[in-house]
Design a binder for this molecule. Structure first.
Ligand code: DGJ
Length: 747
């Protein structure tokens, strides 16, 4: 099987995935690498027809341009700077004299089965049976620099990945000031730009914008991929929706600074660039040295955002996460954060575990506050770095807690924040130089007024961080889950470890150091489930998912707000990666009062968990959550591993939101619907389902029926797939905060 073909006469590369093709051409005389096509899968015949050998047919012909504007309009595969293309370049290099012009040109290529790893960087993976890679070496003879472009096409998912490696061959060093991982030139149709934005407790809201002339972007310069903007962008055609229309999706596999930008130029063509943010990026390359830019995932769908999403979910399961949990059902857990905050001890935790067990919960996760000796972690302003058990809270240590939980048939997980230190800690007293800091400037603090990041560029710090996990899991192999939190951005842009002339490498070296630690942890402890928490949802990124299995969607657990956040997050993360917990009412973040059934139904659409304190639950809450957990377990395989169809968007103001999952056989599905607002004479739309077999009949069973209530009118009925998908079904959503979860089984 080959996914990549080189047409020698036409000098064209064709990369194929199951439904897409991507074409690159070498312009004969100039040896520019031109972008020809990315879209629905085309045939060899189409390629030859497109090429009309001997010309440069991929210059859009409708534009009546002269030679001087040729480069400014030419669709380039990896554009340089200062030689006639005035759009955003993919690379900027300056030599020691400050010259910045450069355009790498085609030199050679090779095609091989499989996918190379990216040393020091997170990346997708694929075996020789699963994908094929094209390596194109470009060279700038004047700078004596090579730029190698890597393209991998997968056989089983509609994804092409791209990454870039730059090598300096000249005697004198050069300085890279920009190395984007991808550039894609497209003819401007009526695309809108879809991005995700937010803030703490309001993560991943959807934003559409018209693409105007000039540049529009999202990015982060916080040292992390951030709560605010997300390393993802999609171009969505004017008529596109969830299941129809053309969509290009781009996702950066990196959790540090990024820029994703779309530029519309004078000839109405678009250039998309994605990669490490050029701000604060200056990298010295001595002779023989190489810089590798992280990977970007590209996908194209001519069946709307839904197919883009399902492709990205498949990519996550098959080629991104490495732990055995990729296709394993994940436990229902209780986390004590909202139940106790810092105020807990062994007895309180065990009481939570005992009660939780009765309602079917499978794991207890002990959150922040279990550590510190000289400085006890009783609030958020101390002790990070002092990873010893607080004997006042847990007098018999972790062992006793874990074993008792185990005896009660409940697994154990633990919270840590290995990258952070408080100024009030024994670690900072001993190693003040281990915190990131700018020489001559006062320290900037985050959470608690004392929190900083450790200098993860420093190998001693990396060993320390690995040691935190190694000590815990070495001594307590029963620990089945780690919640790895990260509550502060990179505030102090200075390292005592890196030499003065390499301070501009901090943002990159921080993430390389972090990846080294995570690689070591994964190599030694492949089975432990690890959650990426970033002070809520600040660390949801493909850049961490090769090491982490899931992430905390948001610190905001208000069920109504969660519907919006989960909707946005679902565009590229599957439900088993999304930690969704049932929480208290009034909600701790918003104060909103929401019935327990609605809270359960919202949390059930992802990886279900609880934040409630069992001792404070009402009888109704207790019964309803137990019912929800029981029913969830009966369909967990479909929810966690199935195919997602988003049916009615909460952003469309239709008064409801709805989504569903189907299994691969189309025999089983789980449907969710939520009432978003409530008023008299409200018109509640019917909902058409998706992803079913029109020729099959499906029997409906209502899940998580309201405690003390009757199943809804749909329960027990049988409908054909045709009716469900074309006419749709009426919604049993009459009252305020009504919601329903239905199981559909083919008869
Ligand atoms: C932020 C997280 O998002 C919370 O769930 C909790 O773990 C706190 N940190 C603990 O400090």
């Amino acid at each position: 099987m080959g996914a990549i073909h080189y047409y020698e006469k036409e000098r064209v590369f064709k990369l194929d995935t199951p439904h897409t093709s991507y074409l690159i051409g070498i312009v004969d005389e100039e040896k520019f690498l031109g972008h020809i096509y990315y879209g629905a899968k085309i045939t060899d015949y189409d390629v030859r027809a497109l090429m009309r050998t001997g010309e440069a047919p991929f210059v859009p012909s409708q534009n009546n341009r002269d030679r001087s504007s040729f480069l400014d309009a030419f669709p380039m595969e990896y554009p340089g700077h200062g030689v006639g293309d005035y759009r955003e370049s993919a690379i900027s290099v300056s030599d020691k004299n400050g010259n910045t012009a450069g355009q790498p040109l085609y030199r050679e290529h090779k095609i091989y089965a499989g996918k190379p790893g990216l040393p020091g960087l997170p990346a997708t993976f694929g075996s020789e049976e699963e994908c094929e890679t094209l390596e194109i070496v470009l060279a700038d003879e004047v700078l004596d620099l090579t730029v190698t472009l890597y393209y991998t096409a997968f056989y089983d998912v509609d994804v092409i990945t791209r990454s870039v490696r730059v090598t300096n061959h000249a005697k004198e060093p050069v300085y890279l000031t920009k190395v984007f991982s991808t550039a894609l030139d497209l003819d401007a149709e009526d695309y809108r730009m879809l991005t995700l934005h937010g803030s703490w407790a309001r993560e991943r809201q959807i934003e559409y914008r018209q693409i105007g002339y000039g540049k529009q972007s999202v990015g982060s310069c916080r040292g992390e991929s951030s709560h605010q903007e997300h390393p993802f962008v999609a171009l969505v055609s004017a008529n596109a929706g969830q299941e129809q229309g053309r969509v290009y999706g781009f996702h950066f596999v990196y959790s540090g600074n990024f820029l994703a930008q779309v530029e519309k130029n004078q000839f109405d063509s678009l250039r998309v660039v994605l990669g490490i943010h050029p701000q604060d990026f200056k990298w010295e390359l001595k002779q023989g040295e190489t810089f590798t830019a992280p990977e970007v995932v590209l996908t194209y769908s001519d069946a709307g955002l839904g197919r883009m999403t399902r492709t990205l979910h498949d990519l996550y399961r098959k080629h991104l996460i490495r732990s055995p949990y990729k296709d394993r059902e994940r436990p229902v857990l209780i986390n004590n954060w909202e139940a106790t905050y810092f105020d807990f001890d062994t007895e309180k935790l065990l009481a939570i575990a005992r009660e939780a067990k009765k309602s079917g919960i499978e794991m207890l996760v002990m959150d922040d506050g279990w550590f510190g000796d000289k400085y006890r972690r009783v609030q958020d302003n101390s002790s990070l770095g002092d990873w010893v058990v607080d004997r006042k809270k847990l007098p018999n240590g972790l062992e006793n807690l874990i074993q008792t939980a185990d005896r009660n048939g409940i697994k154990f997980g633990i919270w840590i924040e290995p990258e952070a230190v408080n100024s009030k800690s024994e670690l900072f007293e001993k190693h003040p130089d281990w915190a990131l800091q700018v020489k001559g400037r006062p320290l900037q603090y985050g959470r608690g007024g004392t929190q900083m990041l450790l200098d993860v560029c420093n190998p001693e710090v990396q060993d320390f961080m690995f040691g935190i996990v190694d000590n815990l899991l070495g001594k307590h192999p029963q620990i089945a889950y780690i919640k790895w939190d990260a509550n502060v951005e990179l505030k102090n842009y200075g390292s005592t470890y890196l030499p003065q002339d390499k301070q501009s490498h901090i943002y990159i070296e921080y993430h390389r150091g972090l990846n080294k630690v995570l690689e070591r942890i994964r190599a030694k402890y492949p089975d432990v489930l690890i959650q990426a928490c970033g002070g809520g949802g600040g660390r949801a990124s493909y850049g961490v998912l090769p090491y982490f299995d899931e992430f905390w969607v948001s610190d905001n657990t208000d069920a109504l707000q969660r519907i919006y956040m989960q909707w946005g997050t679902s565009y590229f993360y599957p439900s088993n990666a999304m930690a969704q917990h049932i929480s208290a009412s009034p909600n701790h973040q918003t104060g909103r009062i929401i019935p327990i059934k609605f809270r359960c139904d919202v949390a059930m659409s992802g990886r279900l968990g609880m934040e409630l304190q069992p001792s404070k639950m009402t009888k109704e809450e207790y019964q309803q959550t137990a019912q929800a957990i029981k029913d969830y377990k009966s369909v967990r395989d479909v929810i966690q591993l199935g195919n997602l169809y988003r049916l009615v968007s909460p952003y469309d103001d239709k008064g409801i939101a709805s989504l569903m999952y189907t299994d691969d056989t189309e025999n089983k599905a789980v449907f969710f619907a939520y009432k978003m607002e409530h008023f008299n004479n409200q018109v509640i739309p019917r909902v058409c389902l998706r992803g079913l077999d029109p020729s099959k009949n499906y029997r409906v069973r209502e899940l998580n029926v309201k405690t003390g209530g009757q199943p809804c009118f749909l329960n027990g009925k049988t409908f054909s797939g045709t009716l469900l998908m074309n006419t749709g079904i009426e919604m049993p959503l009459g009252s305020d905060y009504a919601s329903c979860v239905l199981e559909l089984t083919a008869e």
